[in-house]
Write a protein that binds this ligand. Structure first.
Ligand code: FES
Length: 379
């Protein structure tokens, strides 16, 4: 891939340079897509990235632009073998190219959705998705210097961030260290090499666990260690770190950085291990009757009502009543079940799937909210 551009370095700390880390940069008044709203995506391209990884490029059915922050994810849903399946995928394309949205998916053994996408998604196919969500974004840790650490398909949110920074014309000081099983498994290798070539301040380092089939891999072999980090990124302690990959990888990275005296408040990781979660949405089993007070939930737009006792989340009660509500992780992380509480009160214990400013605007996550009165939701 050839990219021929003139590069310029924006003055550090200038208002233009800060656009990348401001959430407001990515907001568009004309194209909001709330995380609880389901839309139809039309597949317009399928790209083979490696032998078992494909990028699916989608356009909106109405051709409208997409709005999201680099690093966010969408929840896609499909009916597979007669059951509705929901799955979160981080967006690999940047919001600076708003007329398409891409997800990059590794075919996983037993992965219901990943295999279905690889086997069924072709140009012209459609897919339902809930709007973008997630807080693993540049605005989580504004900084002049960043260290992106990824493994396997965890590269996707960091690729979106890297592409977005490049498209904004910003040579941000980014060191991107990606770990793969073998050289043949490196995702976006050519594009990252091309970006590195034209950017003065992007450095890309690939680490492979095993040698290539041809035996010609010249880069680091093994896993990311503190010694390797010190050698490749001597100023790592000065960098805001963003990490995404399998749970074991992220745990090891966090420990490595702690051992290396990196400030934990400058460490951010994708809190949800999307690669290992497949959520089948189905009615919850009958629960034994409890002595908890009961409240009524009314959905203002559809007019549906159901009851919930004080020990249940709104989502669990809705499933039991056969009322479909958008959801994915059921753990207060992904934000898919976010909706506006129009009347009443709930007690919410979330895990980062909602921002303080959204709570201030009256939004709540239904999977981790228990009512403390009758409530009315904007649904
Ligand atoms: Fe993920 Fe509620 S379903 S936050």
């Amino acid at each position: 891939m050839d990219i021929a551009v003139d590069t310029c370095v924006l003055e550090q700390g200038s208002e233009l340079a800060d656009r990348f880390t401001r959430a407001s940069t990515w907001e568009r008044a004309d194209a909001q897509w709330p995380s609880h709203e389901q839309r139809t995506l039309v597949c317009c391209r399928v790209l083979a990235e490696t032998h078992d990884v494909r990028t699916f490029v989608f356009a909106a059915e109405q051709g409208k632009p997409f709005t999201f922050e680099p690093g966010q994810f969408v929840t896609v849903t499909a009916e597979i073998e007669g059951k509705p399946v929901s799955r979160c995928y981080t967006i690999s394309s940047p919001p600076t190219r708003p007329y398409t949205l891409s997800i990059t998916v590794k075919r996983a053994p037993g992965g219901v959705m990943s295999n279905w996408l690889h086997d069924n998604m072709t140009e012209g196919s459609t897919l339902s998705a809930y709007g973008p969500s997630g807080i693993f974004t540049p605005s989580a840790g504004p900084s002049e210097k960043a260290l992106y650490l990824s493994a396997g398909s965890g590269v996707t949110p960091l690729m979106s961030m890297t592409r977005a920074a490049f498209d904004l014309g910003q040579d941000r000081d980014i060191v991107f260290v990606h770990s793969a099983r073998t050289p043949e498994d490196i995702i976006f290798a050519k594009e990252l090499a091309a970006l590195e070539q034209v950017s003065r301040t992007l450095r890309v380092i690939h680490i492979c666990e095993a040698q290539s089939e041809k035996g010609d891999w010249q880069g680091p072999l093994g896993r990311l260690s503190l010694d390797l980090l010190k050698e490749c990124v001597p100023d790592y302690q000065e960098r805001e770190v963003f990490t995404c990959g399998p749970a074991g990888y992220m745990e090891a990275v966090r420990k490595t950085l702690l051992d290396g005296n990196h400030n934990p408040s400058r460490y951010h990781q994708e809190s949800f291990n999307f690669a290992e979660t497949v959520e089948v949405v189905e009615a919850a089993p009958e629960e034994t009757a409890s002595a908890q007070p009961c409240f009524t939930v009314r959905l203002a737009r559809s007019g549906k009502t159901f009851t919930v006792d004080a020990s249940q989340t709104v989502l669990a009660a809705a499933r039991k009543a056969g009322v479909p509500l958008p959801s994915s992780c059921s753990q207060g992380i992904c934000g898919t079940c976010k909706t506006t509480l129009l009347e009443g009160t709930v007690e919410m214990k979330h895990n980062g799937g909602i921002r303080p400013r959204e709570i201030d605007r009256g939004l709540r996550l239904m999977c981790c909210s228990k009512p403390t009165s009758d409530i009315v939701l904007d649904m």
